[in-house]
Design a protein around this ligand. Structure first.
Ligand SMILES: [Zn+2]
Length: 77
């Protein structure tokens, strides 16, 4: 699991606050057959080539942002 902090707008606080950002792998815990894994890899490769690594990662991870001020969690998928 990857974590970071960033400033972003909190709808509850109505201002920019520091947020803990956790990237949660959507495929975590799922059983993947080797054949599917190869296909996924190829898809990721093509996606990464077309849209850049950042967007490819966005597709794979859900971003959980937790406001340090009020504890509100926002999930970007
Ligand atoms: Zn907040």
């Amino acid at each position: 699991m990857l974590t970071a902090t960033e400033m972003r707008f909190c709808a509850t606080c109505q201002r920019d606050t520091n947020h803990i950002v956790v990237l949660v792998d959507k495929s975590y815990g799922k059983q993947v057959k080797p054949e599917q894994r190869r296909k996924e890899f190829f898809k990721d490769f093509v996606t990464g080539w077309a849209a850049g690594p950042f967007l490819a990662n966005m597709d794979r991870f859900a971003r959980h942002s937790i406001c340090e001020n009020c504890g509100t969690k926002v999930i970007d998928e």
